[in-house]
Design a protein around this ligand. Structure first.
Ligand SMILES: Cc1cc2nc3c(=O)[nH]c(=O)nc-3n(C[C@H](O)[C@H](O)[C@H](O)COP(=O)(O)O)c2cc1C
Length: 187
């Protein structure tokens, strides 16, 4: 017998990312856990859901570019910090060493092993949030997190976010091969 919890979102954990944008001429960073995969074919689209009150939103709207940086577990303190203080009050522009790829308004965090440059594709407006949909223009990954040229999450060690416990979690072991383990039920 299940207890009904009302219409709460039960989709955790999600990966925790640091979104970067240029706001008022300076890089600014915001922690985002409400992210999604929109389109897994060209154009490759992802979504980030950002409360309208945040400082970063204006930079994304102005330049129509942003970065999505995936921190590893080692960066948990910095990841939490940029999710606690606002660029309205605190200058977060010097916290990380940065580089730029193709997009000049998508600051990439060197300490994050995986960084995606995104061009704003569309915005879905809700009363409280801007759901920014970004087209991934380029993805950059450290050799150290690759296996056979592909991103290996066991090496990247993403930071998983759970709103229920407001806690960061670590990735556990793999439990089966996709599009494969279910074959045993095929007649
Ligand atoms: C773990 C974590 C996840 C967060 N996820 C989101 C999110 O998905 N959407 C959102 O609007 N704010 C989220 N926040 C809050 C913002 O990161 C935070 O308010 C930030 O300080 C805003 O920065 P800014 O005002 O400089 O843009 C999260 C914070 C933390 C610590």
């Amino acid at each position: 017998m299940k207890r009904t919890l009302g219409g709460i979102n039960a989709l955790y954990p999600t990966p925790t990312v640091i979104v970067g944008a240029i706001v008022a001429g300076k890089p600014n960073f915001i922690t985002i856990a409400h992210i999604g995969i929109v389109n897994h074919a060209k154009p490759y689209l992802i979504s980030i859901s950002m409360a309208k009150a945040h400082y970063t939103n204006a930079g994304i709207k102005e330049h129509k570019e942003f970065s999505v940086n995936l921190p590893g577990e080692k960066l948990v303190v910095e990841t939490d910090y940029v999710g606690m203080v606002s660029g309205k009050k605190v200058d977060k522009s010097t916290l990380f060493e940065l580089s730029f790829g193709t997009l000049k308004n998508a600051p990439l965090i060197n300490a994050c092993p995986i960084c995606m440059e995104c061009r704003l594709y569309d915005t879905y407006d809700t009363p409280t949030h801007d759901l920014f949909i970004g087209e991934i223009v380029a993805t950059h990954a450290e050799e150290a997190v690759l296996t056979d040229g592909k991103i290996d999450i066991a090496k990247a060690r993403p930071i998983l976010f759970d709103m229920n416990t407001v806690t960061y979690w670590s990735l556990g072991p793999a439990i089966g091969a996709c599009w494969s383990i279910g074959k045993q039920l095929k007649k």
